[in-house]
Design a protein around this ligand. Structure first.
Ligand SMILES: [Zn+2]
Length: 232
């Protein structure tokens, strides 16, 4: 974590870009504290696999622990089950599809004091094979996003956004989503970029000759997504 933090800080300073460093899905208070000490801007304490009441107890503890290290670090909490793997899946993980309610969101935010909320609104971690083939897309419940936003009144993150219909992304942002995650799309681009670089240069052993094409493949997805999300 200290190395990741130092790397991002150096890029931020050199290029003057407002890059935001996020510790995605920490599952223990010890890991969350490690990220806070390393200077991450935001830390997600993910208790979403716990029963709701236990998630509240643990998330509240995480908020207190992180803020006591650095009060300016943003803390994100997560409610509702949207799966746990940024992988290419054959079928929907069990339990995915139950949406967060505005009441749960309000109760969770008030009890834990989080800065950012990650709800379940039709999103899912990972991609289905049918989405990779371009046959299906994720759809979001835009009305529910607006209701949760009104009830919670804080920043919100759309996790598991990969493979979502373009129009739904924009509507979700309009309805109150502040942060959008599309990590599986980036990993897919990374994998395909790597495969084609290795295929194009079967005898190459120098990483610095193979990896720029991989970075380029990821950059193209990032650029496409940023232009979609910054539509206003
Ligand atoms: Zn996530």
């Amino acid at each position: 974590m200290p190395q990741a933090s130092a790397l991002v800080r150096s890029i931020r300073e050199e290029y003057g870009q407002p890059i935001f460093l996020n510790a995605d899905h920490t599952h223990s208070i010890a890991r969350a504290e490690e990220a806070a000490k390393a200077g991450f801007d935001e830390i997600i304490f993910d208790g979403s696999s716990l029963p709701f009441d236990e998630n509240i107890v643990q998330t509240k503890k995480a908020v207190e622990a992180i803020k006591s290290i650095n009060p300016t670090t943003l803390v994100e909490g997560e409610i509702g089950w949207i799966g746990a793997s940024s992988a290419i899946l054959e079928k929907l993980p069990e339990g995915v599809g139950v949406l967060t309610t505005p009441q749960e969101a309000k109760q969770f935010v008030e009890a834990t004091n989080i800065d950012v909320l990650a709800p379940a609104v039709g999103n899912m971690h990972g991609l289905l094979q049918s989405m990779v083939r371009g046959e299906t897309e994720k759809r979001l419940d835009i009305r529910r996003i607006a209701e949760i936003k009104a009830a919670a009144g804080i920043f919100m993150t759309l996790h598991g956004g990969s493979g979502t219909r373009d129009e739904d992304f924009q509507q979700a942002i309009k309805a109150g989503m502040t942060i959008v995650h599309v990590n599986t799309e980036l990993r897919l681009a990374w994998r395909r970029g790597l495969e084609s670089a290795l295929k194009a240069h079967p005898d190459e052993v120098a990483p610095y000759k193979l990896l720029p094409a991989v970075g380029q493949a990821v950059s193209e997805v990032v650029e496409k997504r940023l232009s979609l999300f910054n539509f206003r």
